[in-house]
Design a protein around this ligand. Structure first.
Ligand SMILES: [Zn+2]
Ligand SMILES: [Zn+2]
Length: 149
């Protein structure tokens, strides 16, 4: 779990002109604590609802939408179905395991990418997604096959 400072989060929201309400701070805190899992709105709701009885799904969605509009989180869809939220603002790629669904961040140097033909396009999101099988699942398959290596 990463260390973070609630006052820092508060200041961050205020700089962006977002009123740091209790619920917004809680959502931000959750995102900071779950930087590596790239949670969905539903997961955030399920985690925070028991703690905040007044919380509604609409609040979660609106909060995430406003965070994303202000560049505080990235939203992305790795499977084309679920939208996931990502605290990692720096450019990075994602690897998603087709077997267990784990998502791993990896650093990407955007300068190394060729993007010919997009000169006149306004780029809003850049997602680099690799899919495949993670080492854990590869080892699991080997074990199941009795492959001793
Ligand atoms: Zn896996
Ligand atoms: Zn990420």
């Amino acid at each position: 779990m990463e260390t973070y400072d609630i006052n820092q989060i508060k200041a961050e929201l205020e700089t962006k002109g977002i009123r740091p309400s209790f619920q917004r701070l809680k959502v931000m805190e959750y995102l900071h604590q779950h930087k590596n899992t790239h949670p969905t709105a539903e997961e955030i709701y399920a985690a925070l609802a028991p703690e905040i009885p007044t919380l509604s799904r609409a609040t979660i969605y609106n909060t995430l939408h406003s965070f994303s509009e202000h560049g505080l989180v990235n939203c992305m869809s790795l499977d084309g179905i679920e939208t996931r939220y990502d605290m990692w603002i720096e450019h990075h790629g994602h690897f998603r395991c087709e077997k267990c669904g784990m998502i791993r961040n990896f650093p990407v140097k955007l300068g190394d990418l060729q993007m010919d033909g997009l000169e006149h396009y306004e780029i809003k999101h850049r997602n680099i997604i690799f899919t495949g099988i993670c080492p854990d699942c590869t080892n699991q398959t080997k074990l199941e096959k009795g492959d001793e290596q």
